[in-house]
Design a protein around this ligand. Structure first.
Ligand code: HEC
Ligand SMILES: [Cu+2]
Length: 476
């Protein structure tokens, strides 16, 4: 206790010494004269509005329309999202410090709920929430002066707040510092969120929100930009080798903190927690709190597909928090050689890991039933790697869609899924060298999922029965 009493005055002295500089910025921004007015240019993720070219403060008019829309959360899974502008995350707003923002919140007449907006960029009680509480078919207006530069989250703060946020009511507002941010080749917008459906991950159909799971902080989905697979395949972010990339990353929550990481990249610069005054460098993973943001910048030194994850990896590979950045150009073997040697290394006792997964499968009475049940088994166990459309991920997970490996030999496929697979495998002309874990699913589940895979994406349509699985398992 004594030590603490002695220490406090030092802490106070230090923080007081730091305050005048920031207060001066605030005072300056408050005093900045407003010259003219303009309508904000807004953007939907993964895009952001262009940098601010102005060298003075202005009045920026922002219109955001709240819409309650049914959309895709995962393949075959629909969810009623509540949105700022029709999509999750909400429209990206970009202004300059000193600007006067006239915020219009329009609540569409078809909506069922009142909504409001709390912008973390506002200095004022509720961040604008009370000034913007809006019934369906109404429009509210309030204004604020942007006193602090930074990247800020905005969200709905109507009770029950966690429910409005869990349904997708969040977005980012960038308050650019005077003089702007350094020029880069690409800027993108990613926002993580956790979703709480009544059915388990992968259950097909319309999924209602589960308040009980939200309270327990047990999400069924954790995603970037509002859906599993929102930013992969032909929707991946893109860049060329040698180009610089800036990601504006937010975490809407409502509950989970993100361990934001790009596999195979080092962040040259991070603006932690979205602050503009103390960028740090050479960062592998940056923590983004729920209701917080960060800016990360890096220059692409190598080509390929870079996987963007919440490094709490179960969220990435089993719950959906995975995006992609595809970099094209000429590969640079000095930066990354690729695999140069492959030797067998098998200490005694080593083997393929077994994924322990619970199963209490009902038994299918027809091929059609088997396919329906199998599609859920696929969503829960296979989709994370092989993707919802069965196309896999280049250089990482082979395709199951129109796979020659798959369609050539049914017994080999059963063996692959029962016993796992490692070592080189060639699928449709491309070589993969990964590990697929063995699946400790019931014979019934395995028969269902393989039958489903055969029935989908242009594959041969064969049926696999639990007896066939059992026979192969016996030989393993
Ligand atoms: C953790 C990621 C992962 C998951 C989950 C996964 N696989 Fe795989 N799968 C792989 C990898 C990697 C390979 C290639 C292995 C190799 O290189 O030897 C593969 C190969 C295959 C192949 C043979 C190659 C082809 O494309 O036809 C089949 C069939 C297959 N998986 C089916 C499944 C099924 C069915 C499930 C769900 C029960 C599943 N996989 C879950 C990673 C995964
Ligand atoms: Cu709301």
């Amino acid at each position: 206790m004594k030590g603490r009493q002695i220490f406090i005055p030092f802490v106070l002295a230090a923080s007081l010494a730091a305050l005048p500089a920031l207060a001066a910025t605030r005072e300056e921004n408050l005093a900045d004269p407003i010259i003219g007015e303009e309508n904000a240019v807004l953007a939907d993720a993964p895009n952001v509005p262009p940098p601010i070219a102005r060298d003075h403060a202005t009045k920026v008019i922002v219109h955001i329309e709240v819409k309650e829309v049914v959309g895709r959360l995962a393949d075959g899974v629909n969810y009623t999202f509540w949105t700022f502008g029709g999509k999750v995350p909400g429209k990206f707003i970009r202004i300059r410090e000193g600007d006067l923002v006239e915020m219009h919140l329009d609540n569409h007449p078809d909506n069922k709920m009142p909504h409001n907006i709390d912008l973390h960029a506002v200095n004022g009680p509720g961040g604008g929430a009370a000034g913007s509480l809006t019934a369906p078919g109404h429009s509210s207006v309030f204004s604020f002066k942007a006193l602090n530069p930074g990247l800020y989250v905005y969200h709905c703060a109507t009770a029950p707040v966690a429910m409005h946020v869990a349904n997708g009511m969040y977005g980012l507002i960038l308050v650019e510092p005077k003089g702007g941010l350094p020029k880069v080749d690409h800027e993108y917008y990613l926002m993580q969120g956790d979703f709480y459906t009544q059915g388990p991950n992968g259950e097909q159909g319309d999924e209602p929100f589960s308040m009980a799971k939200a309270i327990d902080e047990r999400p069924e989905y954790v995603v970037f930009n509002g859906a599993v697979g929102s930013t992969v395949g032909d929707k991946a972010l893109t860049a060329k080798i040698g180009e610089t990339v800036r990601l504006f990353v937010g975490d809407g929550g409502p509950n989970l903190t993100s361990s934001f990481h790009v596999i195979g990249e080092i962040f040259d610069t991070v603006y932690p927690e979205g602050n503009m005054s103390t960028p740090t460098h050479e960062v592998q993973t940056t923590l983004i709190p729920a209701g917080g943001a960060a800016i990360v910048e890096f220059k692409m030194s190598e080509v390929g597909t870079f996987i963007i994850v919440d490094h709490s990896l179960v969220r990435a590979f089993n719950r959906g928090a995975l995006a992609q950045l595809k970099v094209t150009g000429e590969e640079n073997k000095l930066v990354y050689s690729g695999k140069t040697s492959d030797l067998v290394y098998q200490p005694e006792g080593a083997g393929i890991q077994v994924a322990e997964l619970p199963s209490n499968a009902p038994s299918a009475k027809s091929r059609a039933e088997r396919i329906t049940l199998g599609s859920a088994v696929f969503a829960n166990n296979c989709q994370a790697c092989h993707q919802a459309n069965g196309e896999g991920i280049p250089d990482a997970f082979p395709p199951l869609a129109k796979s020659d490996f798959l369609n050539a030999d049914k017994l080999r496929v059963i063996k692959t899924v029962v016993g796992g697979l490692q070592g080189k495998v060639t699928v449709n002309g491309a070589t993969f060298d990964g590990v697929m874990p063995a699946w400790s699913l019931s014979d019934e589940d395995l028969a269902d999922v393989i039958t489903f895979v055969y029935s989908a994406w242009g594959n041969s349509g064969q049926e696999v029965t639990p007896d066939e699985v059992k026979a192969i398992r016996g030989k393993n």
